[in-house]
Design a protein around this ligand. Sequence first.
Ligand SMILES: Cc1cc2nc3c(=O)[nH]c(=O)nc-3n(C[C@H](O)[C@H](O)[C@H](O)COP(=O)(O)OP(=O)(O)OC[C@H]3O[C@@H](n4cnc5c(N)ncnc54)[C@H](O)[C@@H]3O)c2cc1C
Length: 394
Amino acid sequence: MTDRLNIAIVGAGIGGLSAALALSARGMNVTVFEAAESPREAGAGLSIPPNAVLLLKRTPLRDDIERITTRSPGLTLRSSRGEPISSGSPAVLSYQIHRAELLEMLLGAVKGPVRFGHRCIAVDEAPTGARLRFANGAVCDADVVIGADGIHSIVQREIGLTARPTSEGIVAYRGLVRAEQLSWAGELRGLNMWMGDGRSFICFPVSQGRLINIVAFVPSPLDMEETWFAPGDVATLAGEYRNWDAPVRDLIAGLDHTFRWGIYDRPPLPYWSKGCVTLLGDAAHPMVPHFGQGAGQAIEDGFALAVLLEHARRDEIPARLQAYQNLRLERTSGVQAASRLAGRFYRSAAGNPSEQGERMREWMSAAAWIFPYDVEEAAAALRGLARSQRQLLA
Ligand SMILES: Cc1cc2nc3c(=O)[nH]c(=O)nc-3n(C[C@H](O)[C@H](O)[C@H](O)COP(=O)(O)OP(=O)(O)OC[C@H]3O[C@@H](n4cnc5c(N)ncnc54)[C@H](O)[C@@H]3O)c2cc1C
C-alpha cells in the first residue's frame, strides 16, 4: 500500500460524478474538472437500469435513490393506435429519475473538489502521470486522468482516438409535462412505449409523479446536433404524431417546449486506455439511447475503475487501466449492439401486435444477459486472477 493516488476526472456528468463517488470511497484523492461554469442540467428524465442501481445502492446514497426514483417493473408496449403488444418477457425493474435530481444527489455526495469553469483543452505527459491543461490557464498533474467528458470528448482525442459517427436518420424530441395537466396522469405507471410507422414514443413519470418525461424518436433526413440544449418545435412534433393514440397526443399538447437531439451511432473504440489516461461513459462507449443503458454503463465504468485502482502502486497504473479496458470493452460493445437492435425493432412498422410481441420476446431474451451483472464482483474477480497469475510467475 502506497500513499493515496491522485485522480483527475474530466467531466462532471453522471459518469464522472459516479466515478468520483466510487474512487473516493476506496481511498483515492479525486478532483473533478467540469467545463460548465456552474451545475446545469437539461430538464429531462432518465431510466436507470438495475445493473447500475445495484451499485449506487451500495453507497451512502441508498436512501436518496429510493426517495427520488420511481420504480417500474418492465415496459408496457402499445401500437401507435394504442393496441397492447404483449412481449411476455420477464419484467426488468428499472428506476426513473429526473437527471437534475440525480446529478444534484451525486454532487452532494462526492468527497473531493468539483472545479467548474475548467474546460480541458489538452492532456500531456508529466514526469509521473499526466498533466491536464484548461482553457482558463489552469494546469493540473495527476497520477491517473479519466476522460468522462461525454460524446465530444477531448480526452478521447488526446489519446489518439477518432470517433466515426453515422446518423441513424432519427431525431429524439424530449420534454417534461406537468402531471397536473392530465386527468389520467395519476394512473400512469412505469415505462410506456408506443411504436409504429418508423417512429416511437416513450413516457414515464419522474419527480414522485409530478412530471412526466417524454422522448419521441422521429425519422429526419437532417443533420442535427447531439446536445441537450437544442430547441425543437412542439407544433412540428405534434404533426409527427397527429393520428396516434390519445395519451401520446395529450402529452405533446401538454409540452411548453421541447428539445431535440440528433441520434448518431458509433462503432466501439479500439482502446480506451493509454499510459495513465483512460475513458469512461459516453467518451468511451457512446451508444444510441434506445435501450436506456448509456448512463447505466457509465456508472458501471466508474465502479469497475475504483475496484481495479484500489491499492495500486504508481508503476502498476497502466496495467490496471488496461485491465479495466479489457473488462469493460467487451461488455459495453455488446450493450452498444443491443441498443442499435432495439432502435431497429422500435422503428419497425411491420407486423401486427402479436407478431411484434413475438419479436420483442426474442429480442428481450437475447439482451437478458445485460441486467443481472455486478461489475464490482467482475472487477474483483479480475484482480484476483491477475494476482494469482503474478504469484504463479514469481
Ligand atoms: C435522448 C436521450 C435519452 C437518453 N435516455 C437514457 C436513459 O433513459 N437511460 C440511460 O441510462 N441513458 C440514457 N441516455 C444516455 C445518457 O444520457 C448518457 O449515456 C450519459 O449521460 C453519459 O454520461 P457521461 O457522464 O458519460 O457524459 P455526459 O452526461 O455527457 O457528461 C459529460 C460532462 O463532461 C463535461 N465536459 C465536456 N467536455 C469537457 C471538457 N473539455 N472539459 C471539462 N468538462 C467537459 C460536460 O459539460 C458534461 O458535464 C439518453 C441519451 C439521450 C440522447
